[in-house]
Design a protein. Sequence first.
Lengths: 107, 394
Amino acid sequence: MSDFVTAHRDSFAVVTLPARVDAANTKLLVEAVTTSKATKVVLDMKGTDIVDSTALGAIVKVHTSLQGAGGKLVLCGVGDGIRRVLTMTRLDRVFTITADVDAAVAS
Amino acid sequence: MTNARTPAPPDAAAKETILVVDDAVANRKMLKAVLEQAGFEVVLANDGSQALTELAKKPPTLVLLDYMMPTMDGPTMLRIMRKKQAVKDVPVILLTASDLPKHIEDAFNAGADDYITKPVDTRILVARVRSLIRARADRTKAQSAHTAAAQLDALQSELEDARKTQRSQLPKMPQERPGWRLSGVVIPSGEVGGDLYDIIEGPYGYPVAALIDVSGHGVSAGMVASSVKSSLRLLLRDHPIDDAMTQLNSHLCDEDSGHYVCAALIVLGRAEVAIVNAGLPPIAILRGSEIIATVRACGVPPGLLTDQRYSVERLPIEAGDRIIVVSDGLTEPFGLADSIEETLERLTLLRADPGETLGALDERLHERVRAVFLETDTVQPDDATLLYMERRDT
């Protein structure tokens, strides 16, 4: 069973990420987004502690792909550790980041 | 002619199959009944020729073969069988009408694993059948284990070769350049890693230090790191470091290898350094034991997003100043993604030691990078790399 749980809120697919997203489960993340068939996607990271470099690359690809399809990717519930990685790599300026799912859906 | 496959019971797939070859109907019937009673599936053939046809259809677990048969006798059929790859190792028990030494010798010379004299004692027959099947299974298991061990050895050997090749691509460290002394440490998390450093002759006569950290790890990341190193060497022949990083981003996005690169390029000038940081933790410039400047990433790691541009940060430099660059393998495991000061404190590299020889410094760096994981009982999840540059009096 996938660790990535998908729900739908308004026109968004909300994918809740597990505690650790890395090379071992990155494919499941991409699958969860793809099978949702949504072009507006929220990645809920409130329970996520670690996103490794492979997963980060995949999230950027998802972002690029959704943007290309006229949609958007929003990250929410981003913890301090992951936020520091996003800042360090300047990806905090690439992604839309909100506090929670409500704010993401309203964005 | 009797050539009947015994109807398969529901769990036939799990049963061992015995091919019984005998020209006498009564013997075939008796052997079939005994072996089925013992839990085996039985296939029957009435001579050597028919037995070969059955063997070609599906290799049995064991063959019970009569010695004397009119069309093709047991030893003849057995010699042919032993030459067929698919069934050459199937155990065979020859049934002989007598215990004449000549017959027994013939049986073994033809390739029999055992023999039983007629009239057959059914308890001994079943015991020998089971014993031979068990021995055969043990042999197969041992062979499989041996093959797996040999494959593992070959894989380890290839990885060791890859590790040596990757190590050989690193410039010899420590080393001295006019006005600079340099050292570097790379500790991959596996045999082969995605981190590299390099010292490249830049376009303006000054050396350019590069640290490359490819996303992911293992062999594929290592291959991308080698490719990035070659690209940078080519680009830095006639491009300034910011252009080189921009071009590298374009190449990587075009290649779409599935990897991206956090990288830094540092021009080691006489009075200033020029730095481009693309996705690595902040680069520290230390004077004495104090961090006097940090250079944070000016753009996203190359290979992630097209049309990125990178900018240069120039900083004046004095004799004794030190520049330290680390990959995130030395920051993230400790929750220090963007904190170079805490990282250097943890590595005990804030302290300056002007009298330290280059050899002693190099040794200390290696020791400290290894120790940081051991001291905190932290499993090294990623390649850990550190590049050290110290400005000397000229």
